[in-house]
Every structure is written in C-alpha cells, then in structure tokens.
Design a protein around this ligand. Structure first.
Ligand SMILES: [Fe+2]
Length: 348
C-alpha cells in the first residue's frame, strides 16, 4: 500500500553519474504475511519507521558517530577515535593496529582482545575504517567490525562465540547499535522470517556522503541469510530487487537470451557494458523505479535484503541523498545453524 507523501523530487547522483530522480513515497509497514511473502521471493523488505521510537535515546551517540566521521574525513586518526571510545572498557583491550592492506580504500584497522567478561579469551577482533569508493570525489566512509587476521573473509572461519564478541565490541564502541538491537518490532519481523534463533553480526557503520553510495552488488555469502540496514540519520535512495527479477529486465532489454544467461552475466565481474547500464544509466534507473525497485530510506527506516542463495538474493545499489553525510548501520543476518548456499558465485 503506497501513498504519495508530497512533491519532493530528489536527484539521484553518484560519483558524477546522473541517474534521474526519485520521489519519496510513504510506505506502510507490511503485515507479517506480506513481509514473509516478499522475503521468500528474495525481494527487499522495506520497514518504514520501524526504528523511529529508538532514535531519541541514541541522539547523542548518533551525533558522536557523525562527528567522528567528519574528523576522519579531515585526516583524523581512527586509532585515536577508538581509544576515545574503548580506552576505559572493562573487558576489551587494544592489541594493535594495522594500516597495511591491498585495498587502497582501507584507512586503518584497530584490533582488540577480550581479556575478561563473557567473551574472555577471544582475540583478533577488529574495527576497520575505510573509504567506500576508489574515487576521491566520493567522501563516503564506513567502519566494519569483524574478526581474524584482517583478511576480508576471516569471519567465515570464526566461531559463533567470536562473532558474538565482535558484536559486543561494536555495541561498546558505538552505542547507537541499540537502536537496532533493542527494536522489538524489528526483531518480531526477523523472528517470523527466519523461524530459528539468529544473530546480527559483521556490523558496518555507513557514512554515505553527497554524490556517493554503492554500485549494484549482492551480499550473498555462505552462512549469511541476509542483511538488515537501518537508517539512523539523513537519507539514502536504493535501487533493489531480486536477482531473478533484475535478470528478467536484462532479458527484456536484449542483454541476454533468457534468465539463465542473464544470471550468468550478472555474475561476471568485468562486463563493462552491463556495469554501465546498472550503475550509470538514468534510463535503466527509471525502468527499475517503474518496476517498484526504488526506495527512499529516512531516519528510522530499515530495509531487509534476503540472500537465500546466490541466484536468490536481493541485489542493491545505494545513492546518498541530501547535503550532508548520513549515518546507517548494516548488519549481516545469521541463523545460528548455518546452512551452506547453493553454488558459490562471485559478487560484482
Ligand atoms: Fe550490500
């Protein structure tokens, strides 16, 4: 059920690409039955306003994180920021930091160990600050929390306990985690969708800056059932739909002979014409919009991106809106008993 909420038409621009406009539509919270139907179809589940009641208690923490990103953008030291946040922590101790990485976007990773408390003995827990794009016109940043020796996929080998230790580290460093952790209506939806115990891990803070965002990709990973993204300040535009529906649009455009060929083409990481269509073509963005794949998230909104399998997941693209960098938290959704995915495929 959609209602126009005004005539506020917002330009979609990302790293110099003009992707047209989007008009925010006020959507209502879906019923549980609708959310389940949408989730099971590997389509995004938009949950407008579901986090709103929890924002008031976290205003200070949200402002603090936004100010931290501003300092980092101006050359501030991430280790100093983490020291400020974790220096007095009773359980987590700083054990080192590393700026070395093969990824030019990385700024610094700060490592911790739990010396006491529920996760005592867990080591190599880290928070890593990085730029989102390899393009210095995009000032968007993120902070990812994970574990291991620093390799991006180290978490795939981590125990449940270690993953929970990382979650706790993120909570202690960034108190606004409670907006998502303590949102009973959100957890009621997640419980209905997953039907087994779950945790929200591999926590990432996003600070999407004007003209920035993320190109089309998916977050399907072994053991990860999906992603929960909560907008805490400012707003972002999303183009998101199931991979199969996206493949269908490519077939309609003549880019593939059938769905199977389109799915395969989407898995190809060096298909420049397809990349340009997905990420720099206003006409295609308009077509996605016309197919109900455009969303505007405002502070207090959340969106769930399911990934049941590598061909059954929600692909998504994010475009920053507004004049100032925003703040969002994005958590992986993990069932306590992991099931392997069908056919490992590469992300774009
Ligand atoms: Fe993503």
């Amino acid at each position: 059920m959609w209602h126009a909420s005004g005539r506020n038409v917002l330009p979609l621009r990302r790293r110099g690409a003009d992707l047209g406009f989007v008009m925010p539509l006020r959507r209502e919270l879906p019923s549980t039955a609708t959310a389940m139907r949408v989730w099971n179809a590997s389509e995004p589940v938009c949950l407008p306003g579901i986090l709103r009641d929890g924002l008031a208690d976290s205003r200070g923490a949200i402002a603090s994180s936004l100010a931290m990103f501003e300092r980092l953008r101006e050359g501030g030291d991430f280790l100093t920021e983490m020291e400020r946040r974790m220096g007095d922590d009773a359980d987590f101790d700083y054990i080192g930091s590393s700026g070395d990485s093969d990824d030019a976007r990385d700024i610094e990773a700060v490592f911790f160990a739990a010396q006491s408390g529920a996760f005592a003995g867990e080591r190599d827990l880290w928070a890593r600050a990085s730029w989102i794009a390899n393009d210095n016109t995009d000032a968007s940043m993120r902070i990812r929390h994970s574990s291991g020796d620093g390799a991006p996929d180290g978490w795939l080998r981590a125990s449940d306990r270690k993953c929970r230790a990382v979650d706790e580290l993120a909570r202690r460093a960034f108190e606004e985690c409670r907006v998502i952790d303590c949102c009973a209506p959100l957890h009621a939806v997640l419980a209905a969708l997953l039907r087994v115990p779950y945790r929200l891990s591999e926590r990432i803070l996003y600070n999407n800056a004007p003209d920035g965002g993320a190109v089309f990709h998916h977050d399907a990973e072994n053991g990860q059932s999906g992603v929960c993204f909560g907008q805490l300040e400012g707003s972002t535009a999303w183009l998101t739909l199931s991979k199969r529906r996206l493949a269908g649009l490519l077939v309609r455009r003549g880019l593939a002979v059938d769905e199977r060929a389109a799915l395969t083409r989407l898995d190809c990481s060096d298909d420049k014409p397809l990349w340009s269509l997905l990420n720099r073509d206003a006409d295609f963005a308009r077509e996605l919009s016309a197919h109900g794949a455009a969303y505007v998230l405002e502070a207090g909104d959340a969106i769930l991106l399911p990934s049941q399998a590598f061909d059954d997941c929600a692909w998504h693209s994010v475009i920053a809106l507004g004049d100032a960098p925003s703040l969002a938290h994005s958590y992986g959704i993990f069932r306590e008993q992991r099931e392997p995915m069908v056919a490992r495929r590469k992300s774009r």
